[in-house]
Write a protein that binds this ligand. Structure first.
Ligand code: KDG
Length: 309
């Protein structure tokens, strides 16, 4: 079946610090993993989505299979293997926002070398989505991300990429080199201002957009957090303001932006229209704890946008 979007990366079981009880700190079990979050966000907006990854033959792998089935995310090319475990992370909340602590090294997803990649499946999609995290988790996964991108490009599949910089996963020099080698291969990129500042050394959003456009990305969505997003292509640029909401947890907001934006592009919306919609989806996703549970559906985003007009 030809899908609108196929995402590749690592899903993570999430344990999110969600409050104190008399018997200790309470961690809510949920789901994360940036590209899985993006896949679910896109599926909740109504486009057809698939996910490519590896999962352990463990209870957490089973939970993901159930989740994606409920979310209408195609799992025909998810590899289950007893060779290792499904990845996991903790989210704690402090004065500087959320902090991720990973328990993922050696996971099945991180062992997926290019010879296990379903390239024929990827060649049938409209968009392929990968991220800096997909590349950072291991050399094998990095090679697989490049193999997927190469196959997609050769088949005319558009490539979208979130820089999602995680310096706990790889050193700065490697992150910078790989990210800058990937961007010219992409049709749409989603750096955050925070990532881009570390990766480019620049702080001005317009200079960052110039840098990425000059590298070769035709469309850059520079995510500015609560301030919204700078939409830049070679014909111009525009900042689309963010929406103010009562946020409790920003985990996964950028991933939600990506998925909602891609869903609107697939439907033929302009980048500016898609960015406004995706800003609303991302804002709503911060109103609950966890990466996946608060991702809004299309009707929730539309109701929010109607109420904001
Ligand atoms: O963007 C949120 C993700 O970062 C989170 O779900 C966990 O994928 C994750 C990661 O590797 O940090």
């Amino acid at each position: 079946m030809a899908l609108d979007l196929i995402a590749f990366g690592e899903p993570l079981i999430e344990l999110n610090q969600s409050g104190e009880r008399t018997d200790g700190t309470f961690y809510r079990l949920g789901f994360g993993g940036d590209t899985s979050n993006t896949a679910i966000a896109a599926a909740r907006q109504g486009i057809s989505v698939g996910y490519v990854t590896g999962l352990g033959q463990d209870a957490f792998g089973d939970m993901f299979m159930t989740l994606w089935a409920e979310e209408n995310v195609n799992t025909s090319h998810v590899i289950r293997s007893g060779e290792a475990h499904t990845g996991m992370y903790f989210v704690t909340h402090g004065p500087t926002g959320h902090v991720f602590s990973y328990m993922r090294a050696g996971s099945v997803a991180s062992r997926l070398a290019p010879d296990r990649m379903p390239l024929d499946h990827i060649r049938t999609a409209k968009y392929l989505h990968v991220s800096g995290i997909s590349q950072a988790i291991s050399d094998a996964a990095c090679d697989s991300a490049f193999a997927a991108i190469e196959a997609a490009r050769a088949a005319g599949v558009k490539v979208s990429y979130d820089t999602n910089l995680r310096l706990k996963l790889w050193p700065h020099a490697r992150a910078r080199a790989v990210t800058h080698a990937t961007i010219p291969l992409c049709d749409v990129i989603f750096p955050s201002l925070e990532d881009a500042t570390v990766l480019t050394g620049l702080t001005d959003p317009h200079e960052i957009a110039d840098f990425y456009l000059d590298l070769g990305a035709p469309l850059c969505l520079l995510k500015l957090g609560r301030e919204g997003v700078l939409v830049a292509d070679r014909s111009g640029r525009r900042t689309i303001a963010g929406f103010r909401v009562d946020s409790v947890d920003a985990t996964g907001a950028g991933d939600t932006f990506d998925g909602a934006f891609l869903a609107m592009l697939v439907e033929g919306k302009s980048p500016v229209e898609a960015a406004r919609y995706a800003n609303a989806a991302a804002a709503l996703s911060t109103c609950g704890y966890g990466a996946v549970a608060p991702i809004p559906t299309r009707s929730e985003v539309e109701a929010f946008l109607n109420a904001s007009d």
